[in-house]
Design a protein around this ligand. Structure first.
Ligand SMILES: [Zn+2]
Length: 156
């Protein structure tokens, strides 16, 4: 399936990151601990492998052989990017890869729990501004393959 919301998510999150300001760089080990904790909190118990991403331009997330594989080039080793990549793994379990409605919901939940409520409502505002479709709350990790989608107006 085409990753139909990808560019919109990138645009929305770029504006959001500009507004919430700079976050300090994390060590790869800190990222591993953090990503593992985030996944556990969403009911996902897979092992996590963090790669340094030398020569990669982009941070990436893959779910392979039961492992979450996250790649973080140096520029990307900050909390907001760790949340983005980890949200891919959370959404993967329910809906596969990409930046669809399930990804957006997972991202909002992780931002709320690991960055803060203020930053989460701000991100919600940018998702709405960029006309992103966001799944219903809880759908991201409870109803696999659910087709329930809704414009984001529900509380987090
Ligand atoms: Zn992404």
């Amino acid at each position: 399936m085409r990753d139909f919301q990808r560019q919109k998510v990138y645009n929305a999150e770029r504006e959001w990151r500009k507004e919430i300001g700079e976050y300090p760089k994390l060590e790869l080990l800190e990222i591993e601990v953090l990503a593992t904790k985030m996944l556990r909190s969403r009911g996902i118990n897979c092992p996590v492998k963090i790669r340094p991403g030398k020569g990669n331009r982009r941070a990436t997330a893959n779910f392979r052989w039961g492992w979450a594989e996250l790649t973080f080039p140096i520029w990307s080793r900050t909390l907001p990017i760790v949340v983005h990549e980890t949200a891919h793994i959370v959404a993967w379990k329910a809906a596969g890869g990409g930046h669809g409605p399930t990804f957006c919901r997972a991202s909002l939940c992780l931002v709320r729990d690991y960055i803060g409520l203020t930053q989460a409502s701000l991100l919600q505002t940018y998702y709405t501004k960029h006309r992103l479709i966001v799944s219903e709350a809880q759908e991201a990790h409870r109803n696999r393959k659910s087709h329930i989608e809704a414009r984001l107006k529900i509380s987090l």
